[in-house]
Every structure is written in C-alpha cells, then in structure tokens.
Design a protein around this ligand. Structure first.
Ligand code: GLA
Length: 404
C-alpha cells in the first residue's frame, strides 16, 4: 500500500502543471479575431497573416505604452503554416508569408522585451485546414521550444472530443519535457461544451494554464453579451478551479474594432477584469483611435484584472436586464464590482444599490471609487445605499477598499 501511495504521489507530481506561468491572467495580443485567416499577402500585404504583421504589432506594443502597462504576448493564431510538414516531419511556416522563419520572428519579438505565442491543433488539422499535431505532439513541442515559443494555444478542430481528456495532458507532458516554460492555452473545455458534455475542470486545471470555455468572440455586442451571459451561469463551476496559474478564457478583447460602442467597450474591459480573464487584444494597434487605446491601457482596470489574489468574480444578481457582478481583490476584504445594464432602452437607468448586494459584506466600512474616471464616491457600510447611473449596454465599475 505504501509503495502504491508513493507511486501515485510520483505520478501526480509528473502530471501537475507547475510551470510557474500565468500567476495573473496573461496579457497580450492575438491576430485571430481581427485578422482571421487572411493569407493573401499579394493583394493585402498590410493585413495578411505574415511576419510583417506580427513585427509591426510587436513594435506598437513595445513603443506605444502597451508593454509598460503589462501586455506581453504576441500570439500568432491559425494559418501561419505551410500546407504540409517538412520531409523531417516538422512543422514549417508558410515560406512566402514568413520568409525569415518562426525562430527569427520569435527572436524579433523577444528583442522588444515581449513574448512569442503560437497556435496549433490537437486534431489532424487546424480549424483553418493546416497540419494538426495528432501523431506529432512530441516533435511539435520540441519545434516550438526550438523557435523560442512562450505560449501555445492548442485548438481542437478535426479531433475526437473523447480523446481530449487523455490527449491534452500529453501535450503538456511534452511541453514540460522541452524544459522551456511554455504557457499552455487549451480549447479542450470549449469543445466539450460545444458537444453538450460537462468538462472536468479539475483535470483541465492540472494540465492547462488557461482554457477557452465557450464560443469564439465576434465583433459585436451580441457576441460579448452572450459570452458574459455564459460566464454568469458558471456551468460546471469553472470559477472554482481558477486562481494563480489557471484562468478561464472568455476569448479576446475586441476593443478598438468595428462592432462595439464606447459604452460597450468599457463593458467588455470591466467584465473581463471582474472575470480575471486573460487580456488578449485582437485589434489593429497600428490604427487604433485614442479612446480605445486609453481604455486598453487603463491602469485602474488592469490593476483589477491583474489583482494578485487571482480570484475570478461571480454574477450575484441578474434582474430586469441589470446584472451585479463582484470579485474579491486586495487589500484583504476589498471587492471590485460591476453593474451592467444589458438592455437597449435609450435612457440610462438610475439605481439605488444596497452595498451588500454587490459583495460588500464585511462588518466594517469601504472606500468606494469609480474605476474608469477614478472618482471617489464615498465611504459606505454594507447596509448603506449607493446611487448610480448606468447607460444602456454600459457598466458602472467600482472598487471598494475595505477599511475594517
Ligand atoms: C477556433 C478558435 C479560434 C481561432 C480559430 C482559428 O475557432 O476557437 O479562437 O483560433 O479556431 O481557426
């Protein structure tokens, strides 16, 4: 019995994700939502999936203030590969679109003080139809390490969902074996949910740093609101397993694109901060307007997103198109809360909200500050009421620091 216990303890340490990464939700950029699978570098050289795009984005992150507030990863998504593996079985970048090769791209990104992320798929093909990792996991993990990859997003198209529970941890094993710390982003639960299966989040958290739970984000408020609605329901209790080293990923930040109003952009930032979600922008940082840029770089919002407790928030009340969300943050006993008006009536809603209904439940008092404009609102006790105004598809976002 003793021997068996030792053996099991040994096994669990081999199979426990302990790469020291994602102590707070990762921050960076990914090409997918904004640039998709545009491989036409001949006619659209500025926007196609090629090394130039990632180098220019790395420049913008490094030089325009994004890096200074915490954005780090430059993530290449689908459609970077050549249609076939090389004669040695290794993945290769499309030679026309990535003429310098992936190692050189990684070196460039690193030279800017940033990190290099890449995309692959657990199945036989990526969602865009490029070679998948099935049967090549060890080779691919080593190839990525050789290229200096710091993050792997492993998608799940063209695979059998039943294989994921055993298969995703195998890629984790091979990533660890390379000796290079590589943040592991898994789409495993999203494919379970899409197939009406309940994911085993404890198992997922053992292998993955971050994981997609649900559908792809699109450039619209409908999509953002649908995602927020899904996370509010917390099906399968995925919030319970999140914390430093492990985060749920409601998908990319689309602030700066075409689909969201100013209010809706604030709502996405606030809710992603409350959910302790990765802040992975997918927008054209070469052309972004000052409003969206300032929002993406808002230090108060980022501080809540990156709060060292790493505890994701929860939906407390959902009534008459008003949602109360809260998240425990530091200093101890403090909370961040967001009141979201999901309705589309044209007039702002005026509410009088009792503090305990947004998570201020300590016996003492709280100093409450609105996050976006930094306005101090006052000192409140749990039974006091705060009067707020919230705009259609907008948010009231505040931090309540516990005074004891
Ligand atoms: C899936 C993923 C997306 C993106 C595309 C690429 O749909 O969920 O985030 O990576 O594949 O094809």
């Amino acid at each position: 019995m003793k021997t068996l216990l030792f053996f099991l303890a040994g096994l669990s340490s081999i199979y426990t994700l302990d790469n020291g990464l994602a102590r707070t939700p990762p921050m960076g950029w990914n090409s997918w939502e904004r640039f998709r699978c545009n491989t036409d570098c001949l006619n659209d050289p500025e926007n196609c999936i090629g090394e130039k795009l990632y180098m220019q984005i790395a420049d913008r992150i490094a030089e325009d203030g994004y890096k200074d507030v915490g954005y780090q990863y430059v993530n290449v998504d689908d459609c970077w590969m050549a249609r076939k593996r090389g004669p040695d079985g290794k993945l290769q970048a499309d030679p026309d679109r990535f003429p310098s090769g992936m190692k050189a791209l990684g070196d460039y990104i690193h030279s800017k003080g940033l990190k290099f992320g890449i995309y692959e798929d657990f199945g036989t093909e990526t969602c865009g139809g490029f070679p998948g990792s099935k049967f090549f996991m060890e080779t691919d993990a080593q190839t990525f390490a050789d290229w200096g990859v710091d993050l792997l997003k492993l998608d799940g198209c063209y695979s059998n969902v039943e294989d994921m529970t055993s298969g995703y941890p195998i890629m984790e094993f091979f990533l660890n074996k390379t000796g290079r710390p590589i943040l592991y982003s898994c789409s495993w639960p999203a494919y379970f949910v899409a197939n009406d299966k309940i994911p085993d989040y404890k198992a997922i958290a053992k292998s993955c740093n971050i994981w997609r739970n649900y559908d792809d984000i699109q450039d619209s408020w409908d999509s953002v609101a649908d995602i927020i609605g899904y996370y509010g329901k917390n099906k399968g209790n995925f919030s319970d397993v999140a914390g430093p080293g492990n985060f749920n990923d409601p998908d990319m930040i689309i602030v700066g694109n075409f689909g969201l109003s100013k209010e809706q952009q604030k709502s996405q930032m606030a809710l992603w901060a409350i959910m302790a979600a990765p802040l992975i922008m997918s927008t054209d940082l070469r052309k972004i307007d000052p409003y969206s840029k300032a929002l993406l770089q808002h230090k108060g919002v980022i501080a809540i997103n990156q709060d060292p407790l790493g505890q994701p928030g929860a939906l407390l009340v959902d009534m008459n198109q008003i949602q109360f969300w809260f998240r425990p943050v530091t200093p101890q006993g403090s909370v961040a809360f967001a009141i979201l008006y999901t309705g589309s009536g044209g007039t702002p809603e005026k509410l009088s909200v009792q503090c305990q209904t947004v998570g201020m439940v300590g016996p003492g008092a709280y100093n409450v500050t609105e996050v976006f404009d930094g306005r101090f609102i006052g000192m409140f006790k749990p039974t006091d009421n705060i009067n707020i105004t919230v705009n259609p598809s907008g948010v009231f976002f505040a931090k309540a620091v516990y005074l004891g």
